[in-house]
Design a protein. Structure first.
Length: 406
């Protein structure tokens, strides 16, 4: 039988931090520990015992030693292949050294570029501290117009994931905000690199969808010839270009582009994200007054957050480009179906849905229900949908006036 191993205090701190970040629970008592145990087993399908977790969090006597099996299970629960991979990562990751290298790079870009490149090789998106360090480096590289470092980041992250990752989305936000400010260096850098960077396509283009700048930088980014792309990018791009032409009163061109979307969808060998299906449903209504697709797609949604994504996008597009009337499908949404524990992105999606429901009931003159959902809405989370802030802010201001009279 393998000898038990002793983990260091530092390693224990890292594991606790990962568990807190990933599962959104800070374990303080047996109730928290049991909830964490349930989430780990539910999400990872691994066999880690409640007793092991209780010992780990000192809720029962702990002698400090663990079996390699238990540590491997804990490592898997926080996203590592095994305990040895976790140990190797911790040992090479020195927070103070990384922060020092960021400071040196800020002081003298050319002299200390090698140090920052070395730092970037060891950075990933396993926890928020690394994410904000990556954000700092991207911000500095933009400020210094350092294409070499920015290209290095894209190359390092290119094959990391083709799916949405909240930490990657946060790390790339400076590209969007600088472009929105009119930073020509950023606008041109993205335009040149988004043609082959699936990392930028997923975490920038498809997450910071600035419909109000379709006649500006965002439309320019979409108009490039993509040489390499994630599977749904062509449909996404064509839908937004359809919207651009509609806004510019080029209705015939917009309809031709929407017809292309229908053809692409028929040939697609992958499932479309609920947001893309919502856009397709909305334009079917806008162009052809065809509501039949809405109920069909709604019934296929698998969980409450997919319902939130679908209904929020659908309703906003219809209210902006079709009719000011209420949307019947929103009356089927049941907010009690949402889980109590949500991460930041889930809270944001849920929160925008609450505001959307308040708007929809207001349009039906059901003011009591509108007040209920607006009361549940949290203004501190409105930044989740930062690109459509103007649309939602006007409704928040209207509700604050209307409901203050009650």
């Amino acid at each position: 039988m393998p000898a038990p191993i002793n983990i260091s205090i530092e390693e224990k701190k890292w594991i606790k931090t990962y568990l807190k970040d990933i599962y959104e629970i800070e374990v303080k008592d047996n109730y928290d520990c049991k909830k964490l145990y349930e989430l780990i087993n539910e999400r990872n399908n691994i066999n880690i015992s409640l007793t092991t977790l209780r010992r780990f969090f000192n809720l029962i006597p702990d002698i400090g030693f663990r079996s390699l099996y238990s540590m491997n299970q804990l490592a898997i629960a926080i996203g590592f292949e095994n305990y040895q991979k976790f140990k190797s990562y911790v040992h090479r990751f020195d927070i103070n050294l990384i922060n020092q290298n960021i400071q040196l790079y800020s002081l003298d870009t050319n002299t200390f570029r090698a140090q920052i490149l070395s730092t970037l090789k060891n950075l990933s998106f396993n926890q928020w501290e690394e994410t904000f360090q990556m954000l700092s480096i991207i911000s500095l590289a933009i400020k210094n117009k350092d294409e070499y470092v920015l290209n290095f980041i894209l190359k390092e992250q290119e094959d990391s994931t083709s799916e949405f990752n909240e930490k990657q989305i946060i790390a790339t936000q400076e590209f969007y905000f600088e472009a929105r400010k009119g930073n020509e260096f950023v606008i041109n850098f993205i335009k040149k690199n988004v043609t082959t960077s699936t990392f930028l396509q997923v975490n920038l283009l498809q997450c910071y969808v600035d419909e109000y700048n379709l006649n500006g930088f965002f439309g320019d980014w979409l108009s490039v010839d993509f040489k390499k792309s994630v599977p749904d990018l062509t449909i996404f791009k064509t839908l937004l270009l359809c919207q651009l032409n509609f806004v510019n009163a080029e209705i015939q061109t917009a309809q031709q582009l929407f017809k292309k979307v229908s053809d692409l969808k028929e040939k697609a060998n992958f499932n479309l994200h609920p947001i893309l299906n919502a856009r397709i449903c909305a334009w079917n209504v806008i162009f052809y007054n065809d509501n039949t697709h809405i109920e069909v797609y709604y019934k296929k949604l698998k969980n409450p957050f997919e319902i939130a994504d679908f209904t929020v996008i659908l309703s906003r597009l219809l209210w902006e480009f079709h009719s000011d009337n209420y949307i019947e499908i929103l009356n089927q949404v049941v907010i009690d179906a949402f889980p109590l524990h949500k991460n930041y992105f889930e809270k944001g999606r849920y929160n925008i849905l609450l505001l959307t429901l308040a708007i929809n009931y207001f349009k039906q003159n059901e003011y009591q229900k509108a007040t209920k959902y607006f009361t549940l809405f949290d203004k501190s989370l409105i930044g989740f949908d930062i690109t459509n802030l103007t649309f939602y802010t006007q409704w928040i201001e209207k509700f604050e006036v209307e409901f203050s009279k009650v």
